[in-house]
Design a protein around this ligand. Structure first.
Ligand SMILES: Nc1ncnc2c1ncn2[C@@H]1O[C@H](COP(=O)(O)OP(=O)(O)OP(=O)(O)O)[C@@H](O)[C@H]1O
Length: 259
């Protein structure tokens, strides 16, 4: 049993390549994530962030090391031991099902009794501000609304951990800004632990209680920075801007050094 809610313990990941040496993507990454944290992960393109999320999600195994969530070691074979909600860059909704049915789908797969599932669907649609849109089909919603449905679907399973893989990067800045504020409100209301991958330094600084900047492949920790400014935060807070400047400078230096 570990003290961390999510423990990434000396994780190495290599992909086999035919007729070549294995491609090392993650190299001895260790991170202790506390319960209720909103951890953002930032790193150069192709450094292994999605690979790490897949491993945490139990879709792929580590080459060595381990992932432990709330005391349970995770791998492809022990995937069902924890509940993980995921939101992706695109909402991945079924366009021929209503919003309500999309959110209920994973609950049906989990064999949650119908009455409880319906209650949860309504509760989480309400939480993301879509109480009146349950009967809509996804194609009648805006991009931001579809992403809210995807967030409700991720939350409705009442996950042990919520993983977000650049969920707002395809949205216009005003919509993304509203959704960031909503994510923080929902995170505070639910107390879930969130791991949020992004390319956007300002977004990471605004959202997170802690920022992990990782190196170019093979990915390992470059900077592990707590952001102690209490939530809810104002996007224009000068203290956030100062952190953003610092991290941007540091990130550029890291990129130059590895070029
Ligand atoms: N299943 C796989 N088999 C072989 N190589 C893979 C596989 N999945 C990922 N890779 C390689 O691992 C490296 C890291 O990929 P990954 O998608 O994790 O990066 P990323 O940091 O999420 O990238 P981006 O920021 O551009 O989305 C890449 O070189 C990629 O080609």
């Amino acid at each position: 049993m570990s003290d961390s809610y999510l423990l990434i313990d000396d994780v190495k990941k290599e992909f086999q390549r035919e007729g070549d040496t294995p491609l090392r993507v993650i190299d001895g990454l260790t991170v202790h994530v506390e319960n209720g944290a909103l951890l953002s992960i930032l790193g150069p393109s192709g450094c292994g962030k999605s690979t790490l999320l897949n491993i945490i999600n139990g879709l792929d195994d580590v080459t060595s090391g381990r992932i432990v969530i709330n005391g349970t070691e995770i791998g492809v074979k022990s995937r069902s031991a924890v509940k993980i909600g995921v939101i992706f860059q695109e909402p991945r909704l079924l366009n021929w099902r209503t919003v309500r049915d999309n959110v209920r789908l994973p609950l049906d797969e989990m064999k949650i009794p119908r009455a409880e599932a319906n209650e949860r669907v309504d509760r989480y649609l309400d939480l993301v501000g879509l109480a009146e849109f349950g009967d809509y089909y996804p194609l009648r919603l805006s991009g931001g609304m579809r992403q809210r449905v995807s967030l409700a679907r991720g939350l409705a399973i009442e996950p042990d951990l919520l993983l977000a893989d650049e969920p707002f990067s395809a949205l216009d800045e005003i919509t993304a800004r509203k959704l960031r504020l909503e994510l923080v409100r929902i995170w505070q209301a639910t107390g879930r632990t969130i791991v949020f991958v992004t390319h956007n330094i300002r977004e990471a600084v605004f959202l997170s209680t802690r920022m992990l900047v990782v190196t170019a492949r093979p990915c390992t920790t470059h900077l592990d920075l707590p952001i102690d400014i209490p939530h809810p935060r104002l996007p224009e807070d000068d203290r956030l801007f100062e952190i953003e400047k610092q991290v941007t400078r540091d990130f550029m230096r890291m990129e130059e050094a590895s070029a």
